[in-house]
Design a binder for this molecule. Structure first.
Ligand code: SF4
Length: 728
């Protein structure tokens, strides 16, 4: 392997969860440098998503595009990451300017990469520039070396995949003895050919005796990685993990971790059973409550759904009785996987592989295409991981195009084949074409927003209908906001989740506000006010998890036995108190939950400012498609006619409704749009924004973010206070 640049260094010691070092690599000049983090930076921006936001706020500008050399790919854990005595501590954030949204995106991912990165002496790695040839960055904390090396080349099949390439690379580095003390992030050929490439986080699982993968799936982080000419980042350290985070109060950490682990062992088997079934357990819940995307979110339920319920995967594929934590110490252990699955389709048909997943999202991406075949779910999952594609964006874009075909916006001639619902062969073909950048896959690989523009143009040429009027029709069912595809929950009947998707700063991904479960299944947000309040509170708590390097599932998916007797059970405060204890015991802070929320609010606001800077920060960019707020077309109304009629009668206080279904549909959508508009007004006020969704200067100032850039930005949006502040 040709070494392009090399630096010897001494890994910084970890104190109170931090190394206080950020590794910077510029791929244009092959420069390697190490920054020291000062106290103010650490206090204000916490870690993880906060570090990514601040580095991107300072290091990029309104002109920065996802493929600009100055775009930064940030990999950052957090102070609470890497502690096996507490559950869910293997998480880190990949933050960058997204090729789908062209504003900041963060995607959280597990595995052993971030803990090993910290043992190598870094809280974050920030990669800029573009290399003219493919490279790998290798960090060896044991030797004290950082290398930029020319990416080794393997055979064609290995080169195609992020998983296969990562395995070959680690085999090369370890001379065929891959072990637990090495981990890597990689991106595959699908990341190069689409806008929704993922980053795989690879780690060795000694129980399964193979490399496993978790994914930073959303927003095209892998695409940015490949555009930079970066094929992988490898971290290696043999330092022991227990105690390595060097908390200020180790006893306090142990106590907080033991309490949370006890809640998980006691309650998960009585609740979601994630430790046995993994997240596919959600397919059954979502189907039961009409929330499972079927045919591009037209329908929420299907008679064939039981074919892809969790018990099928458990019986047929998952390796049972293996504790599947994606990092040491997680007893929720939801990272299910299967061994020796024979692929039956695609370029690698006949090959036997280990498969990590499927997660709920990947199974629902397949049902969204109208397919209910568990073998296809497994293969779709594996191929997406190996190519380096986001299973969600791939499935939602394919489903959108299938609906375009269904409604006559696309023809067989334009696609090259009949793009029908529920056809496994077609879904499979489109997947491979997309990953390989061939045929109609080149349209699909652009994601829903750009595919929609392409379809509108083609249809307009074919029919003479103005492009704008075609776009208006497509916008009803194009499931994207800000350029990102919706994740896999139908929000039509949940105003709270509509806001959760519309206001989500990176676009409609549920990890900012997963309110569907508490709103639709637990009925814990009964009033407009409770929904609006939840839309401020939940994103802040979730932002905190992303800043400190923790998994949210042990908090949000396992209800503490005492939560029911608290004022607001959905917030699960008894478990949250363990997190506050864990934070204080690690860093030596004496923070309350309110303090942590204030820190989060600062990070949330910084992301809002980046959105504003990149033209995605105002009210118009929080608007959601009609399909997200109700039945976009009469056929959807008809599918649940009794339910919608009843809803309409209650809302209008009527006993009789108009006979024409079209008229009832129109009335319903009018009410839904009004409710969403009112939600925007109320939530903006809660968050300290103007009615146009722009942060009020005093809100920004209160959070200590009013630097020169923020002042100019807000002034550019006509904030009067700014004019005064600048003239003083
Ligand atoms: S709950 Fe699941 S995703 Fe979260 S840390 Fe544990 S195994 Fe990983």
């Amino acid at each position: 392997m040709e070494i392009i640049n090399f630096t010897a260094y001494k890994p910084a010691a970890i104190r109170g969860g931090y190394t206080d070092k950020i590794l910077r690599v510029d791929l244009s000049s092959a420069a390697i440098s190490i920054d020291t983090v000062d106290q103010e930076f650490k206090e204000k921006f916490v870690g993880g998503r906060g570090y990514a936001l601040k580095l991107i706020w300072d290091g990029t500008s309104a002109e920065t595009q996802s493929d600009s050399p100055e775009n930064i790919l940030v990999l950052s854990g957090g102070p609470l990451c890497s502690e096996p005595r507490f559950p869910g501590t293997g998480k880190f954030i990949v933050g960058t300017i997204s090729p789908l949204t062209e504003t900041f995106v963060d995607s959280n991912v597990g595995g052993h990469f971030a803990p090993l990165m910290k043992l190598c002496g870094f809280d974050a790695i920030a990669i800029t520039g573009v290399s003219h040839k493919d490279v790998v960055v290798a960090i060896d904390g044991d030797k004290g070396s950082i290398e930029i090396i020319e990416a080794p080349q393997f055979d064609q099949e290995t080169e195609l995949g992020a998983l296969s390439y990562g395995e070959a690379l680690l085999n090369l580095i370890t001379e065929g003895q891959i072990h637990e003390n090495i981990a890597a992030v990689t991106a595959g050929v699908g990341a190069l050919n689409t806008r929704f490439g993922i980053i795989n986080s690879l780690y060795f699982d000694p129980r399964r005796k193979r490399l496993r993968a978790k994914q930073a799936g959303r927003g095209g982080t892998g695409t940015v990685m490949r555009q930079k000419g970066l094929r992988g980042v490898v971290v290696k350290s043999a330092l022991p993990r227990i105690g390595a985070n060097n908390p200020v109060d180790p006893k306090g950490v142990k106590e907080a971790g033991s309490k949370l682990k006890r809640v998980i062992s006691q309650m998960d088997p009585k609740q979601l059973r994630l430790s046995s079934w993994g997240t596919p357990v959600l397919v059954e819940y979502m189907d039961r409550y009409h929330l499972l995307p079927v045919q591009n979110y037209q329908y929420g339920q299907h008679p064939d759904s039981p074919k892809v319920f969790a018990d099928v995967f458990l019986e047929k594929y998952f390796t049972k009785r293996l504790p599947d934590g994606c990092y040491l110490g997680c007893n929720l252990a939801c990272a299910k996987g299967a061994e020796d699955v024979q692929l039956t389709r695609g370029p690698m048909a006949g090959k036997t592989v280990g498969i990590d997943g499927p997660e709920y999202e990947s199974a629902a991406a397949v049902t969204s295409m109208g397919v209910f075949d568990p073998q296809f779910v497994m293969e779709y999952n594996w191929y997406c991981d190996n190519y380096g594609l986001d299973t969600i964006s791939m499935g939602v874009t394919a489903s959108f195009l299938m609906e375009c075909y269904q409604r006559g916006f696309l023809t067989e001639e334009e696609v090259g084949y009949r793009l029908e619902w529920g056809n496994v062969k077609i879904a499979d073909r489109l997947l491979h074409e997309t990953a390989q950048g061939k045929g109609f896959g080149r349209v699909c690989g652009q994601g829903v927003r750009r595919a929609k523009e392409w379809v509108a143009k083609q249809y307009s040429i074919r029919t003479g209908r103005p492009v704008d009027s075609v776009m208006a029709e497509l916008n009803k069912f194009a499931m994207e906001v800000k350029g990102l595809e919706f994740s896999m929950y139908i929000p039509k009947e949940s105003l709270a989740q509509q806001g959760g998707y519309g206001f989500a700063l990176k676009g409609p991904q549920h990890d900012e506000a997963w309110l569907i479960f508490i709103d639709q299944i637990h009925n814990e947000l009964p009033t407009f006010e409770t929904k609006a309040e939840a839309l401020k509170w939940f994103p802040l708590v979730r932002t905190w998890f992303n800043a400190v390097g923790l998994c949210k599932l042990p908090w949000i998916d396992v209800r503490h036995p005492e939560a029911a007797s608290t004022e607001d059970p959905s917030k699960n405060h008894p478990s949250l108190s363990y997190y506050v204890d864990y934070m204080n015991a690690t860093t030596g802070s004496q923070k309350t939950m309110e303090d942590l929320l204030e820190d989060s609010e600062r990070l949330y606001m910084l992301q809002k400012l980046i959105n504003l800077r990149h033209g995605k920060g105002t009210r118009e960019h929080d608007q959601i498609p009609e399909r997200a707020m109700g039945p976009a077309f009469p056929n959807e109304y008809q599918a649940r006619e009794e339910y919608y009629d009843q809803w309409l009668k209650e809302q209008l206080g009527l006993h009789e409704l108009p006979a024409a279904l079209e008229e009832r549909h129109r009335l319903l959508m009018q009410l839904r749009q009004k409710a969403y508009s009112k939600l925007c007004d109320v939530v903006y006020e809660e968050k300290g924004y103007s009615l146009d969704g722009i942060p009020l200067p005093e809100t920004v100032e209160k959070l200590r973010l009013l630097d020169r850039q923020a002042l100019d930005l807000l002034q550019g949006h006509g904030m009067e206070f700014m004019k005064r502040a600048l003239s003083n």
